[in-house]
Design a protein around this ligand. Structure first.
Ligand code: DQA
Length: 148
């Protein structure tokens, strides 16, 4: 099972960026945790980050026909990007929107998501643990829990 975990702008700064909101764990550490845990479940995880909207659109397009699931933290593009919305609409594998914080508890400009209407599920507010929680859930969601 192939899974893309896509991270949007400024998430490369995790560890030092607004630690009171996002914690002090780095994105590399989260990626390591996801890949290690995913391997236990037979998931082949590509853990990606870009500050560029077009790059994220291209990764979603590459996933069409090649990945079983996408987990996306589009970060600020969540609230602005019709391009990411449209790309996700064309991807028919399992899709999960993820946020470290709960955007609904924050500024009103974070309350709208262009991602939510085109995904199967939304995970928000569990801190960086949300990533590993999703990795643990995915095998069952994809109907291939090799440890069940
Ligand atoms: C975020 C929430 C977004 O509103 C924000 O722009 C981010 C991170 C989160 O993971 O909580 O960059 O997606």
């Amino acid at each position: 099972m192939k899974v893309l975990i896509i991270n949007g702008p400024n998430l490369n700064l995790l560890g030092t960026r607004e630690p009171e909101i996002y914690g002090t764990v780095t994105l590399d550490e989260i990626g390591d945790r996801c890949r290690t845990l995913g391997a236990e479940y037979g998931l082949d995880i590509d853990f990606l980050q870009s500050n560029f909207e077009g790059q994220i659109v291209e990764w979603i397009q590459v996933a069409i026909g090649s990945a079983d699931a996408i987990v996306i933290n589009a970060a600020a593009y969540t609230h602005t990007s019709v391009a990411i919305h449209d790309a996700l609409k064309s991807y028919h594998g399992y899709k999960i929107e993820l946020h470290i914080s709960n955007p609904h508890l924050r500024e009103s400009f974070r309350h709208n998501s262009f991602v939510s209407p085109v995904v199967d599920a939304v995970v928000a507010g569990f801190g960086v643990n949300g990533y590993t929680h999703v990795v643990e859930l995915l095998p069952r969601l994809l109907g291939d829990d090799q440890r069940a």
